[in-house]
Structure formats: structure tokens, C-alpha cells
Design a protein around this ligand. Structure first.
Ligand SMILES: [Ca+2]
Length: 403
């Protein structure tokens, strides 16, 4: 081996790796602001000084201010970061102003060796503002996050393709998306938590198929100011622990979740409003759905039908006394293992159809507010539990395979 011969070219490579730079910050002929390269500092800021006026800063270093009549198109590369703080930040500091066009961020992979977060951390500055077009973010294998938490409005669609890693999308504190939200390989999604509601007017599609990790998808609000999705919510995940919850929020369309294997848990809690139907397809492993009011008062309201297909595992569908189902059908399909189907809610127009499969299953009924019920207990030593609030059944009820 000739160490002396190889020494000089290796130095050049190290310099390129450890001294990143923005290689292009300029307007193109169409009025787009094009930013390419890798920020030198830990923060690149797009600081709006007026509508469509964007000052670019790499750390505290101003690169220039541009009149952006088109779109903001940013491509940032891979970076090794040594940062114990906030990680590699991309700040869309709209400052209460507006951008007429779209924002498109294409981001590489940040590896942080300093203890702070890896990945690109994208925020909306202190004051928020309005993006008249759409916001799209594509990121690499780091743990990337996109947080709109400062009263930002995106009139068009929001798209976040987060790549590998544990990625997060947070829309909170007055965020408003006029179009659809599509998040791919995003493991943590939160809509609304602060007293000021956050809204998505279109659909929310969360596609984490193939991501066999923990996924948390939460739609929140407060009793006085509910966060909402105007359209439908579609959730697809791989195997692993999937939690999703609708707390004190509303969905104008349907809620459809296909969550793969592993332990999956769904909660619709007090008060939450689903104006369409609820469809929940689990895989192998324990799947639970709890439509309830843990805090008392009004529970979940599902105006459409309920369908749960639990697969194998000790699955549970619990519909408690404060939950109202407005649809005509509650359909439950269990697999092997011990299923529990418990209904004590209000579904006066619904026909409950259940196929509990093999295993020691349990059907618990404690409400007469049901159109009718047809329950096939399947194989196994099963049980029917009635009460304590009712002592007899006042609706048509048929059983099969009850020992
Ligand atoms: Ca990522």
C-alpha cells in the first residue's frame, strides 16, 4: 500500500464533506427562487420581508433578498452534523406575509453525531403566514420533521414524502391546509392540540406501508375549538405498533385504516365526530378499537357504518354508552384467539353482524338501542354477557355456535 500516494486526494474529499456550501441561490427566468447545495450553518432561513420578498440567510449570514414571482424551489444535500441542539433547521419564516407560488423542498440525509436530532427539521418560524400554492417536502433517511405551528395557511396541498427514519408531521396551533395532506413514510402525525384549532379542508392520507415501526397518528382539538378534516382520512401502515386516535376532533368524510400486523390501537374519544363511516382492518396481532368517552359526556359520534376486521389475535371492539352510531351497519369479523365485542352505545338504526371466529370469544351487550344483531360465535368456548343496565333484549337477536 502506498500511503503517501493516496494522502493528497483524500484531503480534498474531506474538505468537500466537512465544508458544505450553498452552490446556487438565484432567481431563474420564471421568477422562481432556486436554492441548491448544503447550508454551511445549522439553520437556513427563508425570511419574508414583504409578500413574495424572500431574504435567504445561512445562519446569520444573509445571502440575498429576492422578489419571487414564481415558486421557491430548494434542493439541499446530505450533511454530517455535530449539533446537540435543534439539529439542521430549515425555517420558512413567512412573518405573516404571503408567497403567491409553491414551496418545494427536496432534502437529503442529515446524520447528526452531536446528540441533537438527525434529519432536516422544517419549521414555519415565529409568525407563520400564507403560502398561496402548495407545500411539498421530500426528505432522506434521517429523522425528518415538518412542523407548522405558527398559524400558517397553505392554500393548496401539503405533501411530505419523508423517506426512511422516524419522521414527524405536526400541524398545530391554527395551521390551515386548503387542499389535501399526503404523508408518505411519516410515523408520527398530529393535527391540532393547541386551543386554536387546526384544519385540513381536503383529505388526509397517511401511507406508511412497509414501515414496520411505531406509528402514532393523532387528531386532536379541544372541546371549544375542534380541529377538523373536511374530507376523509386514509391510513395505511406496515407491521408494528400503530396507535391512532381521534380526540375531540371531527372528520367530514370517512376514516379508513388498514394497519397491518402487530398491536394496533384505535381510539375515538369524547367528543369526536366522524360524519362518514369507520373502517378498520387489522392484520395478525392484537387489534383494538375503543369508541368511548373516557372523560364522560358525549362520546364518539359515527354517522356512517362501522366495519372492523380484526384478523387473528385477541381483538376488541368496544362501543361504550356515550357513543352514537348513525349508520345502518356495524360489522365485526374476528379471527382465531379471544375476541371481545362489547356494545352499550346508541345505534337505533343499525344491524350488528358479527363473526367472532375461533377462540374463547365474548359478546357483551348492555344496550337496547340497536336495530338487530346477528352473532356467529364460531368455534371455542364462547360467552354472552348481558347487563348490568339491561335485563332483557328488546331487539331481534340471533346466535350461532353459542355453546
Ligand atoms: Ca426521513
Amino acid at each position: 500500500m502506498n500511503l503517501r500516494y493516496h494522502h493528497r486526494p483524500a484531503l480534498e474529499q474531506l474538505e468537500a464533506r466537512w465544508c458544505p456550501a450553498l452552490t446556487l441561490v438565484a432567481l431563474d427566468g420564471a421568477g422562481n427562487l432556486v436554492v441548491n447545495g448544503t447550508p454551511t450553518s445549522d439553520t437556513i432561513t427563508f425570511n419574508f420581508t414583504a409578500d413574495d420578498q424572500i431574504q435567504v440567510l445561512d445562519g446569520a449570514n444573509p445571502i440575498g433578498t429576492f422578489n419571487v414571482t414564481g415558486n421557491l424551489k430548494v434542493t439541499l444535500g446530505n450533511k454530517i452534523l455535530n449539533n446537540a441542539g435543534s439539529g439542521q433547521v430549515v425555517s420558512l419564516d413567512v412573518n405573516g406575509f404571503a408567497l403567491s407560488g409553491n414551496v418545494a423542498l427536496t432534502l437529503g440525509t442529515v446524520i447528526n453525531v452531536g446528540g441533537g436530532p438527525s434529519g432536516y427539521q422544517i419549521d414555519d418560524g415565529d409568525l407563520g403566514g400564507t403560502i398561496d400554492g402548495s407545500l411539498s417536502v421530500t426528505s432522506g433517511s434521517g429523522d425528518d420533521s415538518l412542523s407548522l405551528i405558527s398559524v400558517t395557511t397553505v392554500q393548496g396541498n401539503l405533501t411530505f414524502s419523508a423517506g426512511a427514519g422516524s419522521d414527524a408531521l405536526t400541524l398545530d396551533n391554527g395551521s390551515a391546509i386548503g387542499g389535501n395532506v399526503t404523508a408518505t413514510k411519516v410515523n408520527n402525525f398530529l393535527l391540532g392540540f393547541a386551543p386554536t384549532p387546526s384544519t385540513v379542508d381536503g383529505n388526509v392520507t397517511l401511507n406508511a406501508s412497509g414501515e414496520n415501526v411505531v406509528n402514532n397518528f393523532i387528531f386532536l382539538g379541544t372541546t371549544d375549538a375542534r380541529s377538523s378534516v373536511g374530507g376523509s382520512v386514509f391510513i395505511t401502515t406496515g407491521n408494528g405498533l400503530i396507535d391512532f386516535a381521534l380526540f375531540q376532533g371531527s372528520v367530514g368524510g370517512n376514516l379508513i385504516a388498514n394497519v397491518g400486523g402487530g398491536f394496533n390501537n384505535v381510539i375515538l374519544d369524547s367528543p369526536s365526530f366522524l360524519l362518514g363511516s369507520f373502517t378498520y382492518v387489522g392484520g395478525s396481532g392484537i387489534d383494538t378499537a375503543n369508541l368511548a368517552s373516557t372523560a364522560g359526556g358525549t362520546g364518539a359520534v359515527v354517522m356512517g357504518n362501522i366495519t372492523m376486521i380484526g384478523g387473528n389475535g385477541n381483538n376488541q371492539l368496544l362501543i361504550d354508552a356515550n357513543t352514537f352510531v348513525g349508520g345502518t351497519s356495524i360489522n365485526y369479523v374476528g379471527g382465531n384467539n379471544a375476541d371481545v365485542l362489547s356494545f352499550s352505545g346508541l345505534a337505533p338504526g343499525a344491524r350488528l353482524t358479527a363473526s367472532l371466529g375461533a377462540g374463547a370469544d365474548q359478546f357483551v351487550i348492555d344496550s337496547n338501542s340497536l336495530g338487530r344483531a346477528d352473532v356467529d360465535f364460531g368455534a371455542g368456548i364462547d360467552s354472552l354477557v348481558m347487563g348490568p343496565d339491561i335485563t332483557s333484549i328488546a331487539f331481534p337477536l340471533t346466535f350461532r355456535n353459542l355453546p
